[in-house]
Write a protein that binds this ligand. Structure first.
Ligand code: AMP
Length: 294
């Protein structure tokens, strides 16, 4: 496994793999602090592609000025050990200066989709995400790039960007990996103490209740949202940021869930830690069920 720090080296390695060796490249972008959620993406990339590239980069442009960029967990030694165990071929771990060289001034924004839900709570977040993913896709030009449904809106935006700007990569979106308790795995779970970790399980419990109600015939978005709100408000450590039901592709806010899949998503503070989770309703695929393991 080679760890690459330079854009130039990453570009030339990827070019050689594609052109001279004719090998399919699978790419998994991450911010490190790896857990089983990330590893499920890598596992799928390994199964589908000849060569697996994983990026580890805590991207400053997707953090707001008062957010946790400085304290975000970083441990490249631990991450590299895990990636080697998973037979990853290349780790791309650039510095901020390498990713954003002096004078960097080009940004990608998926209009409309980027200002809602997470984008409304975290202005500028998705501009940072889509810009860094655009750079990474251009450097590596993977055949497949893998993302988790944990960040459902992110996956929707990236699919749209790839379509609109004609990137030559296929986007693969994989199910949420959860702990036994139902808590969606996330690097930010590292911030939670034991009591908060227990409290955080309310997110999945509330979403599961909504899914059950939906399956029993409740298709009104406001009523499903109310059900989730009531469940979460029972947990004293939880403070709701938003709960929303949107079309799973256009993110249009829905009043009623009909034919097309609906994204029921939420963001909740447990103490100072902001957690997100979601479930897709109106689609019976097993992989989208709350609690499904990858
Ligand atoms: P991050 O390091 O948080 O930027 O995440 C990198 C990728 O891993 C993103 O595509 C996430 O959606 C995905 N991911 C993070 N947590 C999970 C999870 N619990 N299950 C599935 N995918 C995840």
């Amino acid at each position: 496994m080679e760890i690459i720090n330079r854009r130039k080296r990453m570009m030339s390695v990827a070019r050689k793999l594609r052109r001279e060796e004719n090998r399919t490249i699978g790419f998994v972008p991450t911010m490190g602090a790896l857990h089983e959620g990330h590893l499920s993406l890598i596992h799928e990339a390994r199964a589908l592609c000849d060569v697996v590239v994983v990026s580890v980069f805590v991207n400053p442009t997707q953090f707001g000025p008062t957010e946790d960029f400085d304290s975000y967990p970083r441990d490249l030694t631990r991450d590299s050990g895990l990636l080697a165990e998973y037979n990853v071929d290349y780790v791309f771990a650039p510095t901020v200066e390498e990713m954003y060289p002096p004078g960097f001034s080009t940004y990608v924004e998926v209009e409309n989709l980027s200002g809602q839900l997470e984008g409304a709570s975290r202005p500028g977040h998705f501009r940072g995400v889509t810009t860094v993913i655009a750079v990474l896709l251009n450097l590596i030009k993977p055949n497949f790039a893998f993302f988790g449904r944990k960040d459902a809106q992110q996956a929707i935006l990236i699919k749209r960007m790839v379509r609109d700007l004609a990137f030559d990569s296929e986007i693969v979106v994989l199910p949420i990996v959860r702990e036994e308790s139902g808590l969606a795995m996330a690097s930010r779970n590292n911030y939670l103490n034991d009591e908060q970790r227990r409290a955080a399980t309310v997110l999945n419990r509330a979403l599961s209740k909504a899914r059950e109600a939906y399956e029993e015939g409740e298709h009104s978005a406001p009523r499903l949202i109310e059900l989730v709100r009531t469940a979460i408000e029972k947990e004293p450590l939880a403070r709701i940021d938003y709960i929303s039901v949107n079309d799973d592709e256009t993110l249009e806010k829905l009043d009623k869930i009909d034919e097309s899949p609906a994204l029921l998503s939420l963001a909740v503070f447990i103490g100072d830690t902001r957690l997100i989770d979601n479930v897709v309703l109106g689609r019976t695929k097993k992989q989208d069920a709350v609690g499904a393991k990858a």
